[in-house]
Write a protein of this length. Structure first.
Length: 248
């Protein structure tokens, strides 16, 4: 039998798959009195609204945390502003999350580490050093190697650096003056020529550095007019020196 054109067409139409959902255009429905859309929001829209709502809460918590006291042992300390500054800059880290130990002596290893952080040195370029008392896996090892390579320090003699020994005020002055020179930092003199009453106790190799640091206004003597060269320099005092250096 010969199929008619109509029968063939009907069969083709019947074989075509039916769409699961008609693709009719949708339009939001409006309330005539308020002209506000009464269309039901999709799940995606609801999630998006919740996310936008929660975001300000996250920002408020973050801001609140920044305003909290960072260290419990710097509250009311004379160098608190300087300490907060050097920590924010990444020069210093606390001894723990809540302890800065401002009145504790800074060690020789800690000081060169701080100076290296200021210049953001590449630690991987300084993997070996010439000091027998500096372990290669110690955090300060690359910084000590760097400090020696640029002439900031030569150690304590006999192949030793004494990384964990507190640094004296006169040793600090020598290291800082050399650091200022190799870093190219220009400091405007804000101090004056000072003659400390214990000048005779300052080692000959440190006299010029002590005078220069005093003239730059980065250090000052004790209340009694002495410099106290053999006294150990504290972490708070170093923070204050670095703060003055940057704010000069």
């Amino acid at each position: 039998a010969v199929k008619t054109f109509k029968e063939s067409a009907d069969k083709e139409v019947a074989q075509q798959p039916k769409p699961s959902n008609p693709s009719y255009p949708t339009f939001p429905r409006y309330n005539k009195s308020t002209k506000v859309s009464t269309s039901r929001p999709s799940k995606k829209t609801e999630i998006k609204k919740q996310e936008v709502k929660e975001e300000p809460k996250k920002q408020e918590v973050k801001k609140e945390n920044l305003n909290q006291e960072r260290f419990t042992d710097t509250k009311g300390h004379w160098a608190k502003e300087a300490i907060n500054y050097v920590v924010e800059k990444g020069y210093f880290a606390g001894l723990s999350a809540k302890e800065f130990a401002p009145n504790k002596a800074i060690t020789r290893g800690q000081l060169v580490t701080v100076l290296g952080r200021i210049l953001n040195i590449n630690k991987t370029s300084f993997k070996s050093n010439n000091f027998k008392d500096v372990k290669s896996d110690a955090y300060y090892a690359p910084y000590i190697a760097w400090a020696e390579s640029v002439g900031i320090t030569k150690g304590r003699g006999n192949g030793n650096f004494d990384p964990d020994k507190g640094i004296t005020r006169e040793e600090m002055a020598v290291m800082m003056v050399k650091f200022l020179r190799i870093s190219g930092k220009n400091i405007n003199a804000k101090g004056k020529e000072v003659s400390f009453k214990d000048d005779g106790n300052i080692e000959s190799w440190a006299k010029d550095a002590v005078r220069e640091m005093a003239k730059l206004g980065l250090v000052s003597g004790m209340e009694d007019g002495s410099f106290s060269p053999k006294t150990e320099f504290t972490r708070a005092q170093v923070a204050q020196v670095l703060y003055k250096m940057d704010k000069n």
